[in-house]
Design a protein around this ligand. Structure first.
Ligand code: HEM
Length: 459
């Protein structure tokens, strides 16, 4: 799971930072509101990337603004973000940050995302090996085959590819990371839970409460946790499987930490099979839309991938430079979580400004992705930029101690998806991915992604 666009609707404010050398104050009314529903157009609190970048050029990369009834500091360029990632002890991710409260309420106090300090360090050390290429390398053939068969079964029928990819990713992960026979209905249920759970992050605090107190959401959540708990309970009662979950239950080394308890293992099952699949599919939708628009890139990728096998990814994607370039460009342009919130734990100086302890700070991790000072013609999708020496790293997965836990999973599933698509299918009648209401019948419904397309098998 990850921190999709957050519940940060701007509003009038109230708290004043009293430190003397404070960052300049941005008047939000100077920004351009984003009017499009295109999922391809970057969204920063409902304003366009360009107007934020203009503000950054006027005021500098560290500024303040009144958002959600509170004066917050905004970090708007790469250097400011780096400064924050390099000083982990200065930052708190847990409550009362907006995402800390959200994950705490929905997933419990032991969920990794909102932990801080030693508790977070322990969770990371224990969980991280399960999400890296080392854990996934042995599953590449099964994941590749799941995508190959699953995408073939969609041929010649109009589909919402975003939703179908979510289902296929969960299916693949529930045959590999956690080897557990999961019916198609259960996979649908898990995906419905994940999409309804995580999309709540895009809502205001009040709407989040309404959204997550709906009886049908509570039922789906209970059923999803019934599946996670059933899997853990079987393992704790003696069932043994050769999979990543087993290695979390009986690790070869626990690195000197208290092993994961039953509640943590339940959350780990969630993380292993369904967390974040919607974000991978957001990125994949943008990526595949661009593929559908460029016959030149289709031909180049087909040539590079003519001898491709999933196992070829065991050393990473670098053996396929065009595939890598296309994915890096999709990560730059279609990052699913462009802003991450945190709070200062002590008085700090950042970018030459004093920022008091307990200040709410928003890291605009995605804004540098669209800055012409960092990427030439930054609003254009241009994978060739990644074939030049010294291209600047993008940060779709965040950074520092809370760097996305699922980055390795995403970086296995995205190349597999692109390779299978390029080799086996044409994308016809593709419409630009757009944001639509997830449950139009619910007044506070957040959005989800719609990517209508028909796949045609290549002979
Ligand atoms: C394209 C897909 C994804 C994107 C763009 C993404 C993005 C992010 C970002 C930006 C963060 C915040 C990092 C920070 O605060 O600096 C994050 C954290 C996290 N992500 Fe992802 N994510 C993706 C997929 C996944 C997947 C598949 C998982 C499944 C395990 C996942 C699990 C997490 C977790 C657990 C955290 C919190 C880590 C921590 O607090 O230590 N994400 N993600």
């Amino acid at each position: 799971m990850s921190l999709a666009s957050l519940n940060l609707s701007p509003s009038k404010t109230v708290e004043i930072n009293t430190m003397s050398n404070s960052p300049p104050l941005l008047d939000l009314s100077s920004l351009d509101k984003r009017s499009s529903t295109s999922a391809l157009e970057p969204d920063f609190l409902g304003y366009t990337a360009q107007s934020w970048l203009d503000a950054k050029d006027r005021l500098g990369p560290v500024m303040q603004a009144d958002i959600n009834g509170r004066r917050q500091v905004l970090l708007c360029d790469h250097d400011a973000n780096l400064s924050a990632w390099r000083t982990p002890d200065d930052w708190q991710y847990g409550p009362p940050t907006s995402s800390g409260i959200f994950f705490n309420e929905q997933m419990g106090v032991q969920h990794i995302t909102q932990q801080d300090g030693p508790a977070h360090r322990r969770s990371r050390k224990l969980l991280l090996p399960s999400f890296g290429i080392g854990a996934l390398a042995q599953h590449l053939d099964v994941l590749g085959e799941t995508l190959t068969q699953g995408l073939a079964s969609l041929d010649d029928t109009p589909v919402n590819l975003h939703e179908e990819l979510c289902l296929l990713y969960t299916k693949g992960l529930s045959q590999t990371q956690v080897k557990h026979p999961t019916s198609d209905n259960s996979i649908r249920l898990l995906n419905r839970f994940e999409e309804e759970f995580i999309s709540g992050l895009r809502l205001s605090r009040d709407d989040q409460r309404t959204w997550h107190q709906r009886p049908d959401y509570l039922k789906v959540k209970q059923e999803a946790f019934g599946i996670f708990e059933g899997i853990v309970s079987a393992r704790l009662n003696g069932e043994v499987c050769d999979d990543t979950l087993q290695r979390l239950i009986t690790p070869e080394k626990n690195r000197g930490f208290e092993p994961l308890n039953a509640a943590e293992l339940v959350n780990a099952v969630y993380l292993l099979i369904v967390a974040g699949v919607g974000n991978i599919a957001i990125l994949a939708s943008g990526m595949l839309w661009q593929l559908s628009q460029s016959t030149e890139w289709q031909a180049r990728l087909r040539e590079e991938l003519k001898d491709f096998t999933p196992a070829g990814l065991s050393g990473g994607v670098k053996n396929y430079p065009l595939l890598q370039a296309f994915i890096l460009e999709a990560e730059r342009c279609y990052l699913a979580a462009p802003i991450t919130p945190k709070i200062t734990t002590q008085d700090i100086t950042l970018g030459g400004f004093d920022i008091a302890a307990d200040t709410h700070v928003l890291q605009f991790i995605g804004l540098p992705h669209f800055d012409n000072q960092r990427y030439e013609d930054a609003l254009r999708f241009n994978p060739d930029r990644w074939l030049l020496p010294n291209s600047q790293r993008a940060n779709a997965y965040g950074g520092g101690t809370h760097l996305c836990l699922g980055m390795g999973v995403s970086r296995v599933l995205l190349p597999l998806t692109l390779a299978v698509m390029v080799r086996n299918h044409e994308l016809t009648d593709a419409a630009q991915p757009k944001n639509v209401l997830l449950r139009p019948e619910v007044s506070c419904s957040p959005t989800t992604t719609l990517f209508p397309v028909t796949l045609t098998g290549r002979s």
